[in-house]
Ligand binder design. Structure first.
Ligand SMILES: [Zn+2]
Ligand SMILES: [Zn+2]
Length: 241
């Protein structure tokens, strides 16, 4: 497999020889982080593929905040999120996507210091204050820089408003581990209107899925998602297994 950050071929030790990124096998079936040599998950039999792992310091450097929500179902999984403090325990001490000058290609890792990252939540890239009338235009300018978002192998949930504010998004690459795709880009297209009042039309978003069309049929998506595929706002590209 190629490094999701720099496209160099990964070594047998799952390290990238070019950029030094570290990968660990994660189960595409249940999301578990597996030992280095694992090819299959001992729990569910699922296929193991390398997922990008980051340390706290690497997450901070990349401007990525993840957190453990404290919810009624006592779910302690780690998520990317940016809506205030997520009402949970901060895994990292900074908010949401925090880079002042966003990269054109943002890769979200699936493992944080050995723990699986479950999904991308509400308002990860932009949160409340970003849309205050006096800040909205600057937010739009800043976020237009992000053209591509890549989710590493192992991420399972892409929730509503995950890419809120990503007005320049053209490509979204999703791993086969995704089970729920609630984000349907409604916030970017608002039924075909201009995205954020600057008069520009949003270009289509190509969802590049690392699986087959048959695999995608098993992912829970909204009816609006398919409506947007029909209208041409979303283009599906199946990369195959
Ligand atoms: Zn690399
Ligand atoms: Zn498994």
């Amino acid at each position: 497999m190629k490094c999701e950050l720099c496209s160099a071929e990964l070594g047998a030790d799952l390290r990238c020889p070019a950029c030094g990124a570290n990968y660990v096998p994660v189960c595409l079936g249940c999301g578990r982080v597996l030992p280095k040599e694992a090819r299959r998950c001992p729990d569910c039999g699922g296929e193991a593929l390398p997922g990008l792992e980051m340390t706290r310091a690497e997450l901070r450097k990349a401007g990525l905040k993840c957190f453990m929500p404290f919810t009624q179902d006592r779910n302690y999984d780690i998520y990317f999120g940016g809506h205030n403090d997520g009402e949970g325990y901060l895994f990292n001490d900074i908010k949401g996507y925090t880079r002042e000058i966003p990269e054109s290609r943002v890769v979200l890792p699936s493992v944080a210091e050995g723990l699986p990252i479950h999904g991308v939540w509400n308002a990860f890239f932009c949160a409340g204050d970003d849309f205050l009338p006096e800040l909205a235009e600057a937010t739009f300018e800043r976020m237009t820089a992000i053209r591509e978002v890549v989710l590493s192998n192992g991420i399972r949930e892409v929730m509503s408003y995950a890419f809120l504010g990503c007005a320049g998004l053209e490509n979204l690459e999703l791993p086969r581990s995704v089970r729920i795709m609630k984000h349907d880009f409604y916030d970017l297209f608002t039924d075909g209107q201009q995205p954020m009042g600057n008069g520009l039309w949003k270009s289509p978003v190509t969802v590049r899925y690392r699986g087959t069309e048959e695999d995608w049929q098993k992912v829970a998506v909204t009816s609006r998602f398919w409506d947007y595929v029909q209208r041409g706002y979303i283009k599906m590209e199946y990369l195959g297994r």
